[in-house]
Ligand binder design. Structure first.
Ligand code: ZN
Ligand code: ZN
Length: 474
């Protein structure tokens, strides 16, 4: 295969919490005036023809006992440790990220010795493993605040600098645009914000131009364009988000008109797909400059999943457990931030009053807990929802599945959607820290916040991360 003529846009995205844990381990095992090494192992995701992202699936920082030599002048790991890496990570076909520190009084860049070792290592990976894993290398200062990353070719002859993100989104922080080492292709065409757009956001300038620009670049995938999804789009769209992927197989019905903004009887008579109606809402906000992909399919559609994997943020606002489960699995597989929204109204049997709930859940990026281990969705219900129609009719009659005629009101959906938008605004502009995830429940008229520390489930089948066992204290 020829080398592509177009330059590849390659990035490495490590979620904030994982990077923090990795950083602390590196600092812990790095004595005064010594360097340290750490490894991450990644999957590769071809986002588009020219864009590739590497997604970490495991990391390990060797203990001091794993070194043959550890000093400021050089680092050599024991053969046993290398064999351990090969057996546990490389044979699975994961790509390697090798990160090492330089002590602060040396200049922070790769040295000639680094070039030499890394070139050799990259040739070794190519020759030894059938899947020919790539080598990404990183050099950092002692506190791992400054970083340089590069990826080697398979022959170990040349390398390319790559972008590194330790945030929720792969959108560059624009405050220090002059310091950017590598220009992000997405930021290049952003200077031509029309004057219409600029004056549109004049009342929210308090959140900063950088935040506004990031919102303008964010690509959001929405699964479920009904009562919550449509309000969510109206709110996040007005805040400045223009790029959308919309997934929903359903069509508008008269019974939706009590709770979706701007929808008409005519639309329902003409049986509009919900995705087309939501696209229409976005086009009302942006006469030009928006990009909306409307897909009237369900999330188990393969093409829909590919589109969702390429977004910056996934939002699920469906009324069933199966689609939420599939969406959570996608978010984990491609390591995309996930926001899950839902409302529920029931009648309290004791006093016959309605009880009204909404819930906003954002599992931590990169694992820790998820919708499944956090019991936000019911796996049994998800299984029933995927069962053949006849079985569903039986269980539906027995009252096991929520029907489409569940009670729903505009104002409760609005509380849910607008709180979710505040969370996303907080994430982008930085006024909210979500590193450990959030799970907020509105039980009218009060909000409850789940203590997410209790949700941590290291051995979860879905979100459990491969933790290194430290076998090396022989
Ligand atoms: Zn070095
Ligand atoms: Zn989990």
């Amino acid at each position: 295969m020829k080398t592509p003529a177009v330059p590849q846009d390659i990035c490495l995205h490590i979620p904030p919490k994982m990077w923090q844990e990795f950083r602390l381990s590196m600092m812990k095992y790095q004595q005064y005036d010594e360097e340290a090494i750490g490894f991450l192992f990644c999957k590769r995701h071809q986002v588009s023809k020219n864009k590739i992202r590497y997604i970490p699936k495991a990391w390990i920082v060797p203990l001091p006992e794993c070194y043959e030599l550890q000093s400021a002048s050089g680092l050599v790991l024991k053969q046993q440790f290398h064999s351990y890496l090969i057996e546990n990570y490389l044979e699975e076909g994961l790509h390697v990220i090798h990160i090492h520190t330089h002590v602060s009084h040396t200049m922070l860049d790769f040295s000639l010795v680094d070039d030499c070792h890394e070139s050799e290592y990259s040739r070794f990976l190519t020759s030894k493993f059938a899947k020919k894993p790539r080598l990404i290398s990183g050099v950092c200062d002692e506190s791992l605040r400054q970083t340089h990353f590069r990826i080697w070719d398979r022959k170990g002859k040349s390398y390319q600098k790559i972008r590194f993100y330790q945030s929720w989104f792969e959108i560059p922080k624009l405050e220090k645009s002059n310091d950017q080492i590598i220009a992000d292709p997405r930021s290049i065409n952003q200077q031509d914000l029309s004057s219409q757009t600029n004056s549109m956001f004049i009342r929210q300038q308090i959140f900063g131009d950088a935040c506004q620009k990031q919102l303008g670049e964010l690509k959001v995938g929405l699964i479920g364009c009904g009562g919550i999804g449509s309000i969510f789009v109206e709110l996040l769209g007005r805040l400045g988000v223009k790029n959308w992927v919309l997934i929903d197989p359903d069509r508008l019905e008269m019974s939706n008109l009590n709770r979706i903004p701007g929808a008409t009887k005519k639309m329902s008579d003409q049986r509009w797909h919900k995705v087309d109606y939501v696209k229409y809402l976005i086009k009302k906000i942006y006469e030009t400059g928006s990009c909306v992909k409307a897909m009237p399919v369900s999330i188990d559609d393969e093409v829909a999943q590919q589109e969702i994997a390429c977004t910056d943020l996934i939002v699920v606002a469906t009324d069933n457990h199966l689609s939420r489960k599939i969406t959570q699995e996608l978010a984990l597989k491609y390591m995309r931030p996930l926001v899950c929204l839902g409302t529920h109204i029931e009648v309290n049997q004791s006093d016959n009053r309605p009880r009204m709930f909404c819930r906003i859940t954002v599992p931590p990026l990169g694992g820790g807990w998820c919708l499944m281990c956090g019991n936000m969705i019911n796996l049994q219900r998800a299984a029933l929802e995927s069962a053949p129609v006849e079985i569903n009719q039986i269980v539906e009659k027995a009252g096991y599945i929520e029907g489409i005629n569940d009670p729903a009101v505009f104002w409760l959906n609005s509380i849910c959607a607008s709180t979710a938008v505040s969370v996303i605004h907080g994430l982008v502009s930085g006024f909210l820290n979500l590193d450990n995830g959030i799970d907020w429940i509105f039980d009218f008229p009060n909000w409850h916040k789940t203590n997410v520390g209790f949700l941590e489930t290291p051995d979860c089948y879905f979100c459990g991360f491969k933790k290194p066992d430290l076998l090396f204290q022989h």
